[in-house]
Unconditional design. Structure first.
Length: 123
């Protein structure tokens, strides 16, 4: 299930080929938040991982599947009513013919939500 343009939208992008950052707006009305959790919406970790993969697909202009989660640290919860927009910063991007490996920090201001290192491959 694609989350882009439903669960979140891309507001801004900046950077170069190896380090870049997206500003994304979360849809606090999305049905996922009704289940996770009704009175205290929290962005599921799996959604954070999925949106990172989707943003890398957007950057590389090709489909990817997540091959391996090399590192995943969830440091703070992302509540869309508190943090309507978050930043997704990619670094250590190593694209290859068959996919890529990349590290990501998800944050807003001084609050870091997640640090990830993911490996993805082309289908």
């Amino acid at each position: 299930m694609k989350l882009m343009n439903d669960f979140y939208t891309v507001e801004q992008v900046a950077g170069n080929d190896t380090e870049f950052e997206y500003l994304i707006a979360l849809n606090k009305e999305h049905f996922i938040y009704r289940a996770h959790f009704p009175d205290n919406p929290i962005t599921p970790g799996v959604c954070i991982i999925q949106l990172c993969k989707e943003l890398m697909e957007l950057r590389l202009r090709k489909s990817l599947f997540l091959k391996k989660i090399l590192n995943a640290k969830f440091l703070s919860v992302v509540n869309p009513t508190v943090f309507g927009a978050i930043r997704v910063a990619f670094y250590k991007v190593s694209p290859s013919e068959n996919g890529c490996q990349f590290s990501v920090v998800v944050y807003s201001g001084a609050t870091q939500f997640a640090k990830l290192t993911l490996a993805a491959a082309t289908p």
